[in-house]
Design a protein around this ligand. Structure first.
Ligand code: ADP
Ligand code: MG
Length: 245
């Protein structure tokens, strides 16, 4: 689905991403792990279009997107889940998610023809997304009353509501409690099983090795290993890279 071919990006003299090639397969959870400063966020920014590559190519469903604007990549179905939850604290959980559906362009036509945007159908979709992250009972609560971890879950349910083919997650369990980690791991599994493709970056190796189908390891801007979690667990180069931190 997503292919990176010899991708590079430097900042001054720092080769943040150095000739990286990798593939994210449809219907799988692919993880990119690596020590701090290894280039994970830079690589993600190249894929989502926040940064432009110095060289190399990015293909999405066989279409070259290397120089495409962020919004155009989003229209193709590349959706990025933000690390810092972006919820409107003065709205309820349900209202926050209705807004997410509002980004869909069918909303324009519905309001154009004078239909109420809060149709039963949309409320149904929102409820389904909330059930899938276990927050349905809190839907009438103000978002300000939610914990940090719960706001992360809201971000995940928002991502599920928007049309996407590839979900990109930047450290989905960064800063959350161990029980919430477990919950997020389960939810990501469900999202994958319902047909989405997930590409995530994460510093926490144990979390990743528990949920990913395929893992790429980045160190100093280069891919130093690729394989299943079982293969990565045994890989000496990977352990050395993490120990060297
Ligand atoms: P990671 O996400 O794996 O921690 P980053 O992609 O954030 O790594 O950073 C990789 C390297 O690139 C680091 O050495 C970092 O200091 C450098 N870097 C990242 N972004 C910038 C930037 N905007 N300007 C200068 N250097 C940067
Ligand atoms: Mg980072």
């Amino acid at each position: 689905m997503l292919k990176l071919i010899g991708l590079s990006k430097s900042f001054g003299g720092v080769h943040a991403v150095n000739n990286c090639s990798l593939e994210v397969k449809e219907g799988k959870i692919t993880a990119l792990i690596g020590p701090n400063g290894s280039g994970k966020s830079t690589l993600f920014n190249l894929v989502s279009g926040v940064l432009e590559a110095d060289s190399g190519e990015i293909e999405f469903n066989n279409k070259v997107i290397t120089k495409l604007a962020i919004e155009k990549r989003a229209l193709l179905g590349i959706s990025r889940v933000f690390q810092q939850p972006r919820v409107f604290s003065n709205l309820t959980l349900e209202e926050n998610l209705l807004l997410a559906i509002g980004q869909d362009d069918t909303k324009f036509w519905k309001s154009f023809f004078g239909l109420n945007s809060d149709t039963k159908e949309q409320l149904g979709q929102v409820n389904k997304a909330l059930v899938s992250v276990g927050l349905d009972e809190l839907k009438k609560k103000q978002a300000t009353d939610l914990s940090f971890g719960q706001k992360r879950l809201v971000e995940l349910s928002r991502a599920m509501l928007t049309k996407h083919k590839l979900l990109m997650l930047d450290e989905p369990v960064g800063g959350v409690t161990p029980p919430m980690r477990k919950k997020i791991a389960q939810i990501l599994g469900h999202i994958r099983d319902s047909g989405s493709t997930i590409f995530l970056i994460e510093h926490d190796m144990n979390f990743v090795l528990g949920i990913a189908d395929e893992v790429f390891v980045l160190d100093e801007g280069k891919i130093i290993a690729h394989g299943t979690p079982a293969q990565i667990r045994k890989n000496k180069k990977v352990l050395e890279a993490y120990l060297g931190e």
